[in-house]
Design a protein around this ligand. Structure first.
Ligand SMILES: Nc1ncnc2c1ncn2[C@@H]1O[C@H](COP(=O)(O)OP(=O)(O)OP(=O)(O)O)[C@@H](O)[C@H]1O
Length: 256
């Protein structure tokens, strides 16, 4: 699916948090959303997911404005894993993942064989098959995060929004998750703090600062020492690691 954000602003009374953002993500593209704490990444993702009503501008999925769409219609097109995704009930892991199928079923019909197959595939993809019957509340932070990612996969949408999906994951699961985000035919927007990981797996990076987009392009154009200094207040050295991937080294933070 094609995601378009057109002149979007959002805020709370007395404070504009997202400033006039315009952004197009083409079908199948993986876009990394980067920026310092509080730069507006989560707020923008929540607007794109339809969970926040913009104070200005619009969000379009495949050319259609989503303003009047129901939550169910949005969920059929786009899955969203929030940074603090939570599940309050006493569900087991497979049941949490099955929640991803809710938007595809009528209220009166239980899961069918195809729903169970899709859930099993999503559990396997996130390395969770062995945990399927475990109560979700007993899981570690990384296992919970993978469960929510599996729920999003089970939703079988053409769009996927991920807010800091790697923050609880060990290195292997970070790489697997980012490989998935980079290779899926879905259109993906992923907020990340690890700039090297973003550079390695995303087709394009969008850099936010103070609620606005300040750079949008290939990693080599966005991850430059002057931009990182201006936006993150750090002195960085951009180079290549031993495997040829873009690497970012940091000196002491800039003191202001
Ligand atoms: N409902 C709200 N009411 C008041 N301020 C808010 C609200 N939601 C977000 N903010 C503020 O808006 C700014 C942007 O927050 P947001 O969570 O979008 O940033 P972020 O780039 O995702 O940050 P991080 O990297 O720390 O996750 C922050 O200063 C935050 O405190």
């Amino acid at each position: 699916m094609r995601i378009e954000v057109r002149d979007l602003s959002w805020g709370v009374p007395g404070k504009t948090i997202v400033h006039d953002v315009s952004l197009v993500v083409e079908p199948g593209e993986t876009v990394g959303l980067i920026g310092p704490n509080g730069s507006g990444k989560s707020s923008l993702l929540r607007c794109v997911a339809g969970l926040r009503t913009p104070t200005g501008g619009t969000v379009l999925y495949d050319g259609a404005e989503i303003g009047a769409w129901s939550a169910r219609d949005r969920a059929r097109k786009l899955a969203f894993v929030e940074q603090t995704a939570d599940t309050e009930s006493d569900l087991r892991v497979a049941e949490v993942v099955m929640l991803g199928r809710t938007c595809h079923r009528s209220r009166w019909r239980g899961p069918d064989a195809s729903d169970h197959e899709i859930v099993a595939a999503a559990l396997a993809r996130l390395d969770l098959t062995g945990l399927a019957d475990r109560p979700w509340k007993q899981l570690s932070g990384g296992e919970r995060q993978r469960t929510h990612l599996a729920r999003a996969l089970a939703q079988r949408t053409s769009g996927l929004l991920l807010d800091e999906p790697t923050n609880h994951l060990d290195v292997r699961h970070q790489l697997e998750l980012m490989e998935l985000a980079g290779s899926t035919p879905q259109t993906v927007v992923v907020a990340l703090h690890d700039l090297a990981l973003a550079a390695r797996y995303c087709d394009r990076l969008v850099l936010m600062h103070g609620g606005a987009v300040v750079a949008d392009g290939p990693a080599t154009e966005v991850l430059t020492a002057p931009l990182l200094r201006e936006v993150f207040d750090v002195e960085a050295e951009i180079g290549r690691d031993g495997l040829g991937h873009l690497a970012v080294g940091y000196r002491e933070p800039v003191r202001r």
